[in-house]
Design a protein around this ligand. Structure first.
Ligand code: NAD
Length: 476
């Protein structure tokens, strides 16, 4: 597609090419969507210098003006929703409606974050002394995003970082850099030069960024393994880190669940975005009394789901985003087959020629210690698991190195909340999943992460706290 072949990085407010470029592949067609600049270390150094130069001025800009800048970003994203959505479907694979929804969500979050403040807090005001807690920006923030929600997860970092008075370097995943590069371009006249930089590159760019002594904080979303590398490398200059990592979220279905009317909600909890959501349901625990009914209903529902290219009318599930991930998920399916596990759904691949397509796969009650239960598939593969008592299922749900989110499904919401309170994770939903508020902190317990995004706590992650002691009267 010629239309999208001309992508530039944004450094110091200008469009910048690199000597080399790399191809970005459409996972539905395996054709080249466009070429992205392959940043050299000099580009990163330039971006860091520019961001450092711009930072004091940006921090001195009144808070209200920075709020206005976020509203301007929001408006710009709204204006470009269709164009950005189209590009996102091309490089990421998700259905066009969902791609536009992602861009729309990014616009809504900008407007919502723009309402936030980080006001001084009075700690003590006595005759002798006044103590105030205040929040100050960190400096330059490096934002590293994954390929499943490239726009939303990248911009979640950019907004609070900018509002707090930092300048930012955004690094999208090499699998999905184009939409972020385009956003850099359309925001060039919205923000002062150097305040918001976007760099694309290969596997070296992330480590260069996390090691760079001119960067004060890294906010990272991706796998737990890479998160550990980021944390190690951030130690050199004691960068602040926020890590949003993997999950193996349980959903617990209580015996009073309305199977007939709500099976679709359970299905999409696991399979939206072809299962490539950090906070998707990855273990579905169903009470033994209704297990067989859920099994049949899920199988029948899965059979109706349209899998195909994101631009095709009526398609509900796109391909897996890249070949390596496709192979990883298929290897996990193969492992299930070798262990003689039973699948509720038969045919594995649709559009057998090109594209990384896979139909939703559901495994019938595999052993708790099997790979498909223990590991995050990050694809359209779900273990359906039978339980008998609440104590038992809570123990099984908590028996994981991850602790991102969980959901409880019941017609009795008080009972559901009671079970939810016993789970070790950062987010608990009852009778819904995936819902994120700009005003509620989101983050992982255990190895699902460190720190949070969103909410006032999320904003504070882009600021240092400073305690100011003001002695009022000197005793003679
Ligand atoms: P990934 O860890 O492979 O890559 C994430 C980003 O880090 C990419 O931009 C990549 O280029 C960069 N990167 C790779 N190696 C690096 C290094 N050594 N130093 C610095 N940066 C490096 O993850 P992915 O495959 O893109 O995403 C899938 C994973 O992300 C899943 O585990 C999923 O659960 C997780 N995820 C978590 C959240 C959350 O909010 N908790 C959200 C979405 C995805």
């Amino acid at each position: 597609m010629d239309m999208f072949s001309d992508f530039t990085m944004t450094i110091d407010g200008r469009g910048v090419q690199a000597d080399n470029a790399f191809a970005v592949i459409d996972p539905a067609t395996e054709e080249v969507v466009g070429e992205a600049p392959d940043a050299a270390i000099e580009h990163l150094n330039d971006a860091v210098s520019s961001a450092r130069r711009a930072q004091p001025g940006w921090a001195a800009t009144p808070w209200a003006d920075r709020q206005a800048a976020l509203r301007a970003i929001s408006a710009r994203l709204v204006d470009h929703t269709v164009e950005l959505g189209r590009l996102l479907t091309q490089e990421q694979g998700k259905p066009f409606a969902e791609a536009q929804f992602e861009v729309g969500s990014a616009a809504r979050f900008a407007a919502a974050v723009a309402t936030q403040t980080a006001d001084d807090v009075l700690v003590e005001d006595s005759e002798l002394r006044r103590i105030v807690k205040r929040y100050v920006p960190l400096g330059v923030v490096g934002a590293i995003a994954p390929w499943n929600f490239p726009v939303l997860l990248g911009m979640w970092k950019v907004y609070p970082a900018l509002l707090a008075g930092n300048t930012v370097i955004l690094k999208p995943s090499p699998f999905t850099p184009l939409t972020s590069l385009k956003i850099g371009e359309i925001l060039r006249d919205v923000l002062p030069a150097g305040v918001f930089n976007v760099l694309s590159g290969g596997d070296s760019l992330g480590p260069w960024l996390t090691e760079h002594s001119g960067i004060d904080k890294v906010s990272f979303t991706g796998s737990t393994r890479t998160g550990q590398a980021v944390m190690r490398s951030a130690a050199a200059n004691l960068k602040r880190v926020t890590l949003e990592l993997g999950g193996n979220d349980p959903a617990i279905v209580l015996p009073d669940f309305d199977v007939e009317n709500r099976i679709g909600e359970l299905f999409w909890a696991a399979f939206r975005n072809a299962g490539q959501i950090c906070m998707a349901t990855k273990r579905l625990y169903v009470h033994t009394d209704i297990y067989d009914r859920v099994r049949v209903a899920l199988r029948d529902y899965a059979a109706t789901v349209r899998v195909g290219p994101g631009f095709e009318q009526g398609v509900q599930m796109g391909p897996i985003q890249n070949r390596a991930q496709f192979q990883r998920v298929r290897a996990l399916v193969e492992d299930c087959r070798q262990e003689n596990m039973r699948f509720l759904t038969g045919e594995e691949v649709e559009h057998s020629g090109t594209g990384f397509f896979m139909r939703p796969m559901i495994v019938d009650n595999p052993p708790e210690d099997s790979r498909v239960v223990r590991e995050e598939a990050f694809g359209p593969l779900l273990p359906l698991l039978r339980y008998e008592t609440i104590d038992e299922v809570v123990a099984r749900a908590n028996d994981s190195a991850y602790g991102l989110a969980a959901s409880i499904w019941s017609e009795d919401s008080a009972k559901a909340a009671e079970v939810g309170a016993r789970l070790q994770c950062g987010t608990v939903w009852t009778n819904e999943v995936h819902f994120i508020s700009p005003f509620a902190p989101f983050g992982g317990h255990k190895q699902s992460g460190l720190g949070v995004e969103n909410g006032v706590e999320g904003l504070h992650e882009y600021m240092n706290v400073q305690s100011v002691f003001e002695r009022k009267r000197v005793i003679a």
